[in-house]
Design a binder for this molecule. Structure first.
Ligand code: GDP
Ligand code: MG
Length: 297
């Protein structure tokens, strides 16, 4: 179904809970500029969150640190309202020295925890706004080699604070074979450095279909992604979101062509609520405990 994002399944993910007030979800995108972060977000949520930026004023100073920019959208689907926030991190990895690129990002994530904790401590806790980052898409450059020091450093610093979802950017620039071996190397790097990436949870009493779906999604990590907001005509006369090449068209929504569909399934259709729960029950709780211990409480 073209143009259908799929979060309307959220009420099933949370079962009986109230649908009326809607859902808050915050996703962060991190990766060097030009890797397709803005494009992918627009492709995922089928909405233009990012109006193209005005060119910087010629005299404007080049920023020297990673910026944190939040953009929001209210989207509604089948009567389910989702308040989506996307946190972009322009500048990451773009400097001569990127040693501290992770720092402002950790600070941003922790300040969101702080604000949640502060609200929890209020007498009136009915109107808590959850601005915590529920998922972080980390864009890996499609080099075909292995992870860079920058990637490893970022993930090591962040994995205890946020659900990490690594993606291979611009996968249309690699062959299937290159992607397969690149994925293997990325996964072994991740394992070697004991980085925890988000895993879809499996429960013992789950039915076969659900288990198969979870395994199918897990088998695609790190997702090889192609983003595009342009429609192109295929040789058999379909109009699809994709990227046109002299040798043919790479279709965003075709599972034979890339892992976009599986990423969307994980992030939006199946595990959005799990991402929110893990953020609250594990990542936030651990941070809170560390904070209280460090304060000597
Ligand atoms: P950002 O700086 O990470 O936000 O990257 P953008 O989304 O602005 O994209 C940078 C450029 O890469 C644009 O010209 C996009 O059209 C292009 N681009 C985005 N996604 C893809 C992709 O999946 N494959 C290819 N080949 N190009 C892409
Ligand atoms: Mg961008």
């Amino acid at each position: 179904l073209m143009g259908y994002v799929g979060f309307a399944n959220l009420p099933n993910q949370v079962h009986r809970k109230s649908v009326r007030k809607g859902f808050q979800f915050t996703a962060m995108v991190v990766g060097e500029s030009g890797l397709g972060k803005s494009t992918l977000i627009n492709t995922l949520f089928n909405t233009t969150l990012y109006s193209p930026k005005e060119p910087p004023h010629p005299s404007a100073e080049r920023p020297k640190t990673v910026a944190i920019e939040s953009i929001g959208a209210d989207i509604e689907e089948n009567g389910v309202r989702l308040h989506l926030t996307v946190v972009d991190t322009p500048g990451f990895g773009d400097f001569v020295n990127n040693d501290d690129s992770w720092k402002p990002i950790v600070e941003d994530i922790e300040s969101r925890f702080d604000s949640y904790l502060e609200q929890e401590n209020r007498v009136n806790r009915l109107k808590i706004v959850d601005n915590r980052v529920h998922a972080c898409l980390y864009f890996i450059q499609p080099t075909g080699h292995s992870l860079k020091q920058l990637d490893i450093e970022f993930m090591r610093r962040l994995h205890t604070r946020v659900n990490l979802i690594p993606v291979i950017a611009k996968a249309d620039t690699m062959t299937d074979e290159e992607i397969a071996s690149f994925k293997q190397r990325i996964l072994s790097d991740i394992e070697h450095h004991e980085i925890h990436i988000f895993q879809a949870p499996t429960y013992e009493n789950e039915d076969e279909e659900t288990i198969a779906e979870a395994e199918e999604i897990a088998s695609k990590i790190p997702f090889a992604i192609v983003g595009s907001n342009n429609f192109v005509a295929t040789s058999d006369g379909r109009k699809v979101r994709g990227r046109a090449y002299p040798w043919g068209i790479v279709e965003v929504d075709n599972e034979e062509h890339c892992d976009f569909v599986k990423l969307r399934q994980m992030l939006v259709r199946t595990y959005m609520e799990e991402l929110r729960e893990y953020t609250n029950d594990m990542l936030y709780e651990n941070w809170r405990t560390e904070k209280l211990v460090s304060m000597g409480v």
